[in-house]
Design a protein around this ligand. Sequence first.
Ligand SMILES: [Zn+2]
Length: 304
Amino acid sequence: MTLKQSLTFGSLTLVALAGLSLPTAFASSTSADNAEADASEAAAVEQSAFRKALKFGFSGQEIQGGVMLGDAPAGTRSLTLDGEPVLVAEDGKFIIAFNRDAGQSAQMVATLENGETVRKYFNIAPRSWKIEHVNVARRSGGPSAAFMALRMPELEQINAARQVQSGSQGWRQTFIWPAKGRISGMFGSQRIYQGEPGSYHSGVDIAGATGTDFVAPADGVVTLAAEKPFSLEGNLLMIDHGMGLNSAFLHASEILVEVGQEVKRGQTIGRIGATGRATGPHLHWSMKWNDARIDPILLTGPMG
Ligand SMILES: [Zn+2]
């Protein structure tokens, strides 16, 4: 096993599980015989190299709503995060992310080329979300039957779009802002209605005039382009960036791409609007990695 060149990220060593056998030569080197002592020394060096080769590289933040790019040793057979499979590209690169409400730790388990199992624990930093207490009751009674009849097929389309594995390589890129403008809503912000929490804001809102172009933040494949406005999202556009990472753009006045179309980072894909449930024209951009809702700002950095 060789050290991969791509360990340029801040590296973290995965600790080998207890009870794993050392190479036989190392374990049996108790004889005082010189030849065997040499062999033992060589084995110790080998063992040291082997431990180095167990290194996984990571970049990104161990933080709620955060995303990390990873780099696995060559030949890694499988990878899971909290028991869920993580896809690994042929070159060993992979992506993981932590949900907005992720707990304090997450566990990664890898099966290496030689069959050995190693694991790593992430310490996920909590965020202080913008919480607003309002002295009004949360809407009671739940959605009406008429609303649900309209909503169910929309949710089915959204879920189907999220299942698409397009093979896009956009997940490897540095993401850019799909539009520039005042940030009118932060990811994760939440209202508490007389002590009862409402659902948190699932994306970032960028204010902009109706008709303003917005672009793809990274390469991807269009997985949903609403033919008519959805009840909440309005004209909804979804893009798969590969490896379980996807973007959704809500409230568009116009969608300029079609399902199945490949888009490039920076390509104009739609126009800002106020369709669906929106108080004014803006672009709502939300991102998910598998089931984890993530904060787009952690992929783009602050707006330049
Ligand atoms: Zn929003």
